[in-house]
Design a protein around this ligand. Sequence first.
Ligand SMILES: C[S@@+](CC[C@H](N)C(=O)[O-])C[C@H]1O[C@@H](n2cnc3c(N)ncnc32)[C@H](O)[C@@H]1O
Length: 302
Amino acid sequence: MENINSALENRVILGDVREVVNQLPDAFFQSIITSPPYFRHRSYSGTESLIELGREHSVNDYIHNIVSIFRELRTKLRPDGLLWLNLGDTYDDKSLLGVPWRTALTMKDDGWILRSDIIWHKPNAMPASISDRPTTDHEYVFLFSQNTEYFYNADAIREPHVTFTEKSKMKGGRNHFGKKGGTPENGKNAGNPNLHNGRWDQAFHPKGRNKRTVWEIPLSKFRDVHFAVYPEKLVEICLLASTRENDYVLDPFTGSGTTGVVACKYRRKFTGIELVKRYQEMAQARIDSIKQSLLFNTTVLS
Ligand SMILES: C[S@@+](CC[C@H](N)C(=O)[O-])C[C@H]1O[C@@H](n2cnc3c(N)ncnc32)[C@H](O)[C@@H]1O
């Protein structure tokens, strides 16, 4: 096992995920964080090869392929592991296909438990020359588990409370405490059972409130080298919630290696799969360089 482990550590394997998956040990990865090619968005290999996901002729074939791939990958995930699947949609003949949700529901039918649908809101989404519908500035991240119990570190990704800040006003413009700097105990809500008797911890957890399902994260600056790079911040949230230090993380559609870069920065172990050689090499080089800077103890977390 030791040999298999070191062969997989911080390594991006070149090949079709459908073949490479057979080389991976069962029940091994704590988390899969990935963004497969979207249906008919672009060709990464520059060919029409059907080995490349996303090049299928029909949306049903695409969904069938994604679901079959993740059925195999599920056997590689630890029983308490999680899958974070980022998907965007496609228009066909002016009609939105609804690919993300159709995929998510088919994954559910295939045995996955759908734990969350997260909206990734992109405040700097590219302007588009569209005047007959709103410009799309979001994608989905679906969170799947295999079992009802799994490892999830809610504390690692808490966000600041907003309910009781100066900015947050009740109807009529007053803040929730009823007076500046007040607390629920002595404010106008004193005695309100909704804020007390055990609700206190939820409402005022010292590390912040539980993560919400709309994540506002700007697009990555690294997009010039690979068309579809997702932001490190997005990966960071998924990674911190679903892994501990030294856990193994898999990205079966590695692209430029963003998942691997974030995994290394946070001292997780990364295995990637990528079909296109130039991206596999790019991802491996990025990961090697992060590992190198960690060895020399350079600060890489930003
Ligand atoms: C959306 S991109 C991933 C981008 C990545 N998240 C990043 O931040 O750079 C999807 C990647 O999947 C790769 N891919 C497509 N079909 C594949 C297959 N059958 N096996 C493995 N990789 C594949 C593409 O070459 C592409 O680089």
